[in-house]
Design a protein around this ligand. Structure first.
Ligand SMILES: Cc1cc2nc3c(=O)[nH]c(=O)nc-3n(C[C@H](O)[C@H](O)[C@H](O)COP(=O)(O)OP(=O)(O)OC[C@H]3O[C@@H](n4cnc5c(N)ncnc54)[C@H](O)[C@@H]3O)c2cc1C
Length: 503
């Protein structure tokens, strides 16, 4: 440890995920001294952000606005791709639609309006970006992107946090590992420091301002069961084991207003054999299974339970993970026939993907162990309900079913061509939506909507943005936008601190 005990910092940032790292960089670049605290050891740094696929959603005028972001593409490669525009109004509309109008208007507007400039800022910090090929289909030789999510960070979350850590190193910002933040110190109604646990001992680190960017409570089984429901005890944790809600507890104890959707979370259909908590040796979001809109999902009774083709995967996956948890044995099977198997995303081809293959539908039912008669009836009813139309996985093609519940609203092809494939899945929790209230400058608010002096928050900790569902790729964007703002606001607060105190 480099710092002297009792050294006072302008800004202490808690966490080493995307939100915290963006905060720490922004604070340091604004001229103050910064300490970063990480609960885990160095080899387990980076939070959920490290585990991500790196998909990042932002508004852009048109394809040409991506030229300065996707700098590794040659002009020729750039010409060959088709990317529909995704304006601020599109992004905002997506948030409003998936949250059923509940998203805090001030926060969602800020997220959307700051998204493009924050991507440019991340690029300046050394973060690389690449095409999100998983969000595209080949359309007669042209790569056709869909769903407002054509970009991901270079080398997924691994590359993202690596780049941000590198920048922090260049800026000579100290990161203290194995340091669990436990409690905020408040004096004269202002933050004056933070209590941490280090080598089993509690210590105070004096600070003018604290940025809490230490995640939600997704890795805390008791809290999951308390706030989300009993069944959430059984969920796999897709990311960091350290996000147990410490930051939320600390902030609420210091007077922060709990905010947003505490009874809901982001979850994803995940390989049934995935590790029970994020494995740092296997990051990159390799266990998710996102191509279900092209196939069917059945439970252990052999019954369908969601409209697989309701929308693009970006707008349904966060919801359907939860539905899987409500099924018998918290298990379901994504099934595909040979027509669509070549269209499945790359995660289906990995050696980590659990796959059962059969030459007939009967054999498939036996192999996956579902109620065979019911499964055959489900497939028969589905096939009978499939309507004519042009099949096109790059758009919502409207080729659906008629007369069955649930329907399949798009991409409905008959399930008929051998061989057949089944992928057993369960529910993996990604992150929780409930948090504390912050304003659009990342200042934490109390129950009277007044900022708590010296307290800032970012990332998963900010409640009010997502309710019930979220548009894929918004978690990283929210972490970066509000992380950067938290760093800037904290630095500005710390700079004025002595002035304010002496008045
Ligand atoms: C498998 C997976 C795939 C995902 N894919 C995507 C994607 O492609 N696109 C997208 O937008 N989002 C994705 N997400 C969601 C995304 O990870 C989050 O929305 C985002 O990374 C949250 O960033 P954060 O900085 O708020 O939290 P985190 O990155 O989780 O960081 C929290 C940090 O706080 C630390 N911490 C916790 N408690 C303490 C404490 N008491 N003291 C000190 N430190 C503490 C943790 O160790 C961690 O470093 C994915 C998540 C997972 C798990």
């Amino acid at each position: 440890m480099n710092r002297k005990d009792n050294q006072k910092f302008d800004v202490v940032v808690v966490g080493t995920g995307n939100a915290a790292l963006c905060s720490a960089i922004a604070a340091k670049e604004n001229g103050v001294n910064v300490l970063v605290l990480e609960r885990g050891p160095k080899e387990k740094r980076g939070g959920n952000s490290f585990f991500t696929d790196g998909a990042i959603r932002f508004a852009y005028q048109d394809k040409h606005a991506l030229k300065s972001i996707l700098t590794q593409l040659t002009p020729g490669e750039f010409e060959k791709i088709s990317i529909p525009e995704y304006q601020e109004t599109d992004f905002l509309q997506d948030i409003i639609a998936v949250t059923e109008g509940k998203s805090d208007p001030e926060l969602s507007k800020q997220l959307v309006e700051k998204s493009y400039e924050t991507i440019e800022w991340m690029k300046q910090q050394g973060v690389g970006f690449e095409l999100n090929e998983n969000q595209s289909f080949d359309n007669n030789g042209v790569r056709q992107f869909w769903g407002g999510l054509p970009v991901k960070t270079y080398r997924k979350g691994i590359g993202l946090v690596e780049a941000l850590f590198q920048k922090l190193e260049m800026l000579e910002v100290e990161i203290q590992y194995d340091s669990r933040a436990l409690q905020l110190e408040i004096e004269n109604n202002k933050v004056s420091g933070i209590i941490i646990e280090e080598n089993g001992l509690r210590k105070k680190i004096p600070a003018k301002a604290v940025v809490l960017a230490c995640g939600g409570f997704e890795a805390n089984k008791e809290k999951r069961m308390k706030y989300l429901g009993e069944e959430w005890g059984a969920a796999i944790v897709r990311g960091s084991e350290f996000n147990t809600g410490d930051g939320l507890d600390m902030a609420i104890e210091a007077g922060a207003q709990p905010y947003g959707d505490w009874s809901s979370c982001h979850a994803h259909t995940t390989d049934f054999q995935a590790p029970k908590v994020g494995d740092y040796k296997k990051p990159g979001d390799i266990y998710k299974k996102s191509s279900y809109p092209l196939g069917l999902i059945v439970n252990a009774n052999g019954e369908r339970f969601v409209d697989e083709g309701a929308d693009f995967r970006n707008y349904t996956y966060a919801k359907y993970g939860k539905e899987t948890l409500r099924q018998p044995k918290q298990k379901a099977f994504q099934v595909f026939d040979n027509q669509v198997r070549p269209l499945l995303r790359t995660e289906y081809n990995l050696e980590e993907a659990t796959c059962l293959k059969a030459d007939s539908i009967e054999e498939l039912a036996e192999k996956i162990g579902v109620d065979k008669n019911k499964f055959l009836e489900t497939i028969r009813d589905y096939n009978d309900a499939v309507q004519d139309g042009d099949y096109n996985p790059a758009i919502k093609d409207g080729k659906g079913t008629k007369g069955i519940t649930p329907p399949k609203s798009n991409w409905a092809l008959s399930f008929q061509q051998a061989p057949f494939y089944a992928y057993p899945v369960t529910c993996g929790i990604t992150f929780t939506f409930g948090g504390i209230q912050a304003n659009k400058h990342s200042k934490v608010l109390d129950e009277n909507q007044n900022p708590i002096p010296g307290l800032f928050a970012a990332g998963e900790m900010i409640g009010g943005l997502f309710y019930g569902n979220y548009p894929g790729g918004s978690g990283l964007m929210s972490g970066a936008v509000f992380g950067k703002l938290a760093g800037e606001s904290a630095a500005s607060y710390a700079e004025q601190f002595d002035e304010v105190i002496s008045k």
